[in-house]
Ligand binder design. Structure first.
Ligand SMILES: Cc1cc2nc3c(=O)[nH]c(=O)nc-3n(C[C@H](O)[C@H](O)[C@H](O)COP(=O)(O)O)c2cc1C
Length: 415
């Protein structure tokens, strides 16, 4: 019986352990977590979601305060179209986050940045262009374009000197999405260097419908993508993601032609992960019934989360003057509408509850939106229960090596 370590992910002459830790926004996949993946010979991700907040936390910059101060006059205004990001600050925050991470990198692995294109930031094109260019400037090994895949994103950086040398990949949830992307980008003569196929059991946002996500199956979509690339004679590594919980699950995909696997949920309970330990204990405690896919994300994509997380039903005033990452090109966010609808329906109420949407920026910033993968309820089987009833937090190295070397569906418990 084989283990993951019997396989290698090949990028040209470079060989890596075929384990990629997926991007988890707002600094859940921290630099520390990505650095461990790289040190151990795999691929780690940082994320550029809410980059100003991440920079303020890591480097004591004051970007969020400055923006909030500039737009303070607009806080009670339902119209957020005036609230713009300062492109210079986005660039500086990205350079700091990426640059310092890359300086600290050790080992043979690589570090990529996950760019969620659905973070439209009230100027989708301009802000994405700055985010991508600054990450390349600061030396990131690669970029993974995720949620909201805009077919024109490669073109935004086609003149960047690193456009052909950095690893650029995309996340898709169907063969159709991949075909559209390839068709749209044919003129650039620059194929993606890797394709992450994300299935319906993943954490974060899902690329499926709210009502029918459960009908899809990662192995089937992955096989379709691999067969299509073969037929087109395109040699691009395919990386399935979503519900790959053990090394043996991963081997199943690698034996069927995948080049690597992308995993995340198991690492949400690592010391190096950005989630506070209190939240990590909630992940450990969760039962299968506690995990839901709902429509509360203003992005319009279904999202998986723990149903007891504080983000659901909270009715806070929209915080777009400080954050505003989900504002579309016209300054709209679905949460603003939902919030003001409830305010109008409950005149004079001290507390407002909004159940159909959530202020995702604020709650992700505060680690109050407990997004997670489908198999979160199995995390308790990956560690030991301590005398006080809590669960032992793991090291990223322990989890990584368990994926790399385990066989027979086994999961190694920590010392
Ligand atoms: C807590 C959490 C946050 C996530 N955030 C993002 C994100 O910001 N962007 C993204 O592309 N994927 C995100 N994902 C998806 C992962 O990168 C990954 O593809 C997927 O969860 C892998 O499946 P697994 O969690 O079952 O291992 C997130 C996953 C989790 C568990």
């Amino acid at each position: 019986m084989k283990c993951v370590d019997d396989f290698r992910l090949r990028f040209g002459k470079r060989e890596l352990v075929p384990i990629m830790i997926g991007g988890m926004g707002v600094d859940i996949s921290t630099a520390e977590l990505a650095l461990e993946a790289a040190r151990l010979g795999g691929v780690g991700h940082i994320s550029d979601a809410m980059i100003s907040t991440v920079s303020d936390r890591r480097f004591k910059t004051g970007f969020v305060k400055e923006k909030q101060k500039q737009y303070k006059y607009n806080v009670a205004n339902i119209d957020k179209s005036a609230v713009k990001f300062d492109l210079g600050q986005i660039e500086e925050a990205t350079r700091l986050h990426v640059g310092r991470t890359m300086e600290a990198k050790r080992g043979e692995g690589m570090i990529f940045i996950n760019c969620m294109e659905k973070l439209t930031m009230n100027a989708p094109r301009e802000t994405l262009q700055v985010r991508l260019s600054a990450a390349l400037d600061a030396g990131i090994d690669g970029i993974t374009l995720s949620a909201g895949l805009h077919l024109g994103s490669f073109a935004l950086i086609e003149d960047h000197p690193r456009f052909r040398d950095a690893k650029l990949g995309i996340i898709v949830s169907s063969l159709r999405a991949l075909q559209l992307f390839l068709r749209k980008n044919a003129r650039l003569k620059r194929l993606p260097d890797f394709i992450v196929v994300e299935g319906p059991l993943a954490g974060g946002h899902l690329g499926f419908g709210l009502d029918d996500w459960w009908k899809y199956d990662l192995a089937t979509i992955t096989a379709e993508v691999i067969a299509y690339l073969k037929q087109e004679q395109l040699d691009i590594p395919v990386i399935p993601a979503g519900g790959i919980f053990t090394g043996s699950d991963a081997v199943g995909f690698l034996e069927n032609g995948a080049a690597c696997v992308q995993v995340a949920t198991r690492f949400t309970v690592a010391q190096e992960c950005g989630l506070p330990e209190k939240v990590q204990q909630e992940y450990f405690k969760a039962s299968e019934d506690d995990i839901v896919v709902n429509g509360v994300s203003p992005t319009g994509y279904p999202m998986r989360m723990l149903k007891n997380c504080p983000a659901i039903g909270a009715g806070i005033r929209p915080n777009c003057e400080a954050y505003g990452y989900l504002l579309d090109a016209n300054g709209h966010c679905a949460y603003i509408d939902a919030y003001y609808r409830e305010v109008a329906a409950h005149p004079g109420a001290k507390e407002i509850h909004v159940y159909d949407k959530t202020c995702l920026c604020t709650h992700m910033r505060n680690f109050d939106c407990w997004t997670c993968g489908h198999y979160t309820y199995r995390l308790k089987d990956t560690t030991r229960k301590l005398a006080d009833g809590s669960y032992q937090i793991l090291t990223a190295e322990h989890i990584f090596k368990d994926y790399q070397f385990s066989k027979d569906g086994k999961i190694a418990l920590p010392e």
